[in-house]
Write a protein that binds this ligand. Structure first.
Ligand code: ASP
Length: 313
């Protein structure tokens, strides 16, 4: 009999306001989330690794212009796209992370490549891209990442002279759009992956929480896998993904208690809006958010799929 396996994803905490969400856009979000889940689930069902499952799931979201990662990434103050991504596997604690890449179609695939084929765990900017091209990656022009929607967001945010999360109408309107996935495979291995364009109008060279292990991404077999989304500056300062793992490991908290403790507790008190998806060693997923919503979905160990957008769903 197949051993239990499961996958859960997020497409960013903070969502388009209900009054601005059209039925067509709503359906498109659900479709992309479902496609992402199915891509990851197919890998797991065939006995594939949690690492490959989270990469497959995240790749689907990176290819969609709807999410703030890969194709739909937000723009820096220089009107460029700069992306960050990380992957961690829970068995041997192998890690691959990249930051500030501008010409890589699927940053999460490059993060896996750094993990598997380099001597390092974290490469940035030109160095990360040089490694990629040596591995046969295609140079992707910035034009591929350019979307009218992100350009308009940049113009609005720039006018206010601030930075903002991906769905923001206004800089103080906290919205987020990073993508991530966590999975348990049939061998009992956990993995977590996160990919992002960061925040609109960010200073070039700015790095968020997503590629930082223990801040936006973490995985540890027998314990938990975590992928976060939100204003990275807060998630870094509170080491959110690592905090969830430490609570479970040292305090013996279950996955829901550990996630809610930090997301609704210290992080929120500090002003850090956002959320995360986590999966425990039994394949039990938990979504936690202190924002009005988070694009999210899971297929549990029994094969049941759930997809939701708003916090009150
Ligand atoms: N966490 C990401 C960052 O700060 C942004 C997001 O979640 O949308 O780079």
């Amino acid at each position: 009999m197949a051993k239990p396996f499961s996958i859960a994803i997020h497409g960013g905490a903070g969502t388009i306001l209900r009054e601005k969400m059209t039925q067509a856009l709503h359906d498109e979000f659900l479709l992309q989330l479902e496609a992402s889940l199915c891509a990851g689930q197919a890998v797991l069902a065939q006995g594939g690794s949690a690492v490959d499952a989270v990469v497959s799931a995240v790749t689907v979201l990176e290819d969609s212009p709807l999410f703030n990662a890969g194709r739909g990434s937000v723009m820096t103050s220089q009107e460029m796209v700069e992306m960050d991504a990380a992957i961690m596997e829970g068995r041997a604690h192998n890690v691959g992370a990249i930051a500030g890449v501008r010409h890589i179609k699927n940053p999460i695939q490059l993060a896996r490549q750094v993990m598997q084929d380099s001597e390092h765990v974290f490469l940035i900017g030109d160095g990360a891209e040089a490694f990629a091209f040596k591995q046969g990656y295609v140079f992707t022009e910035q034009d591929y990442f350019f979307t009218e929607r992100r350009y308009e967001q940049l113009m609005r945010v720039r006018q206010a002279g601030q930075c903002a999360l991906s769905e923001s109408e206004y800089p103080d309107d906290d919205k987020h759009g990073t993508v991530g996935a966590v999975a348990l495979d049939q061998q009992g291995n956990l993995a977590a992956a996160t990919s992002t364009g960061g925040i609109t109008n960010k200073q070039y060279g700015r790095v968020g929480d997503s590629p930082l292990i223990g801040a936006g991404t973490f995985a540890e077999n027998g314990n938990v896998a975590v992928s976060c989304t939100g204003m990275g500056e807060f998630f870094i300062r509170k080491m959110v993904a690592g905090d969830v793992a430490a609570r479970m490991r040292y305090l013996g908290e279950d996955v829901a208690t550990a996630c809610d403790s930090i997301i609704h507790g210290e992080l929120k008190r500090m002003g850090g809006e956002g959320g995360l998806v986590a999966m425990d060693a039994n394949g039990q997923a938990h979504f936690s958010m202190n924002s009005s919503g988070m694009y999210r979905g899971a297929i549990d160990t029994l094969g049941n799929m759930v997809i939701k957008i708003y916090a009150d769903e």
